[in-house]
Design a protein around this ligand. Structure first.
Ligand code: SAM
Length: 274
């Protein structure tokens, strides 16, 4: 195993005081980081996209697991520490300075399949998650997503119909992918500790149901959950053909979106796509 100084020392030497504006809460425990890097399975020679490497704690765990890592980091203060890491693992790490929300990930990864691992601030993480899971292009180039979220967001991603946390994120994550809560992470694992608990969600693509437009499914869930306490006959009024589709499928229009399963949303979208 490559001998590296503890991450705490790297942070001190490069003066990387955590920036609140950039949502920086660093993970320093190398055993925990190794367990996170193991979640996607064997990464030997695999291509990995890491968003927000910061001082490089998760990055070094990925490199030790044999991955070829492309890392996007917005905070240029972190670049010297990442350059050192790159020297310790020749040819395994490419660092891109920039905003992950503005970059074309497919192009960055040279059109090759890749795994995504990331510990991101909440708003950026959710925006990227929605982007990775959206669009008509399926299966995606990414083979898995292993993402740290606030516990409450992770619960929303893996929720089932009827759960309080069930909503658009659950449908988006589950209609053509498998999403599971892979690990709970206590707030004390971070430096500085955030106010809330975290959890890691692991997502792998599944087959896309035939004859369903992603755009139509997204429109449907947006309307349905936009007014989640209202009956479907009210919330879906503005979606052309939706009320007829409910009747065709025998879905009671007095139900609320939060009771409609992922499979039922898919059936509705299929009728509307036809
Ligand atoms: N991966 C490190 C770890 O686990 O200790 C750092 C995690 S810290 C929660 C989030 C990192 O994402 C920070 O280094 C921050 O600078 C970076 N970041 C925030 N917004 C970003 C964006 N839009 N694009 C790329 N990096 C971003």
């Amino acid at each position: 195993m490559t001998d590296l100084p503890p991450i705490r020392e790297v942070i001190q030497r490069h003066n990387l005081a955590a920036s609140k504006a950039l949502g920086q809460n660093f993970l320093l425990d190398e055993q925990l980081l190794a367990r996170i890097a193991a979640l996607p399975g064997d990464l030997t020679d695999a291509q990995v996209l890491e968003v927000g490497p910061g001082p490089g704690g998760l990055t070094r765990a990925l490199l030790r697991a044999g991955a070829r890592v492309t890392a996007i980091e917005m905070d240029r203060r972190c670049l010297p520490a990442l350059a050192e890491l790159s020297e310790s693992f020749p040819g395994q790490l490419a660092v891109i300075e920039g905003d992950a929300l503005k970059l074309d990930h497919k192009a960055l990864m040279g059109g090759e399949p890749f795994h995504v691992l990331s510990n991101l601030p909440y708003n950026v993480g959710t925006a990227l998650f929605v982007r990775w899971l959206g669009g008509e292009d399926w299966p995606p180039l990414w083979q898995s997503l292993t993402l740290m979220f606030q516990r409450e967001v992770a619960d929303r991603i893996v929720a089932s119909a009827g759960d309080d946390a069930y909503g658009r994120l659950a449908v988006l994550a589950q209609w053509r992918a498998e999403a599971r809560l892979a690990m709970k992470v206590h707030r004390s694992a971070f430096t500085p500790p955030p106010k809330v608990m975290s959890a890691i969600v692991h997502v792998t693509p599944a087959a896309m149901p035939e004859g369903v437009s992603a755009r139509i499914l997204e429109r449907l869930t947006e309307a349905a959950f936009g007014q989640r306490r209202k009956m479907l006959r009210q919330s879906l009024k503005g979606v052309p053909g939706a009320l007829e589709a409910l009747s065709t499928l025998g879905i009671d229009e007095t139900r609320r979106a939060e009771t409609v399963s992922v499979a039922e949303f898919v059936d509705l979208a299929e009728v509307l796509t036809a």
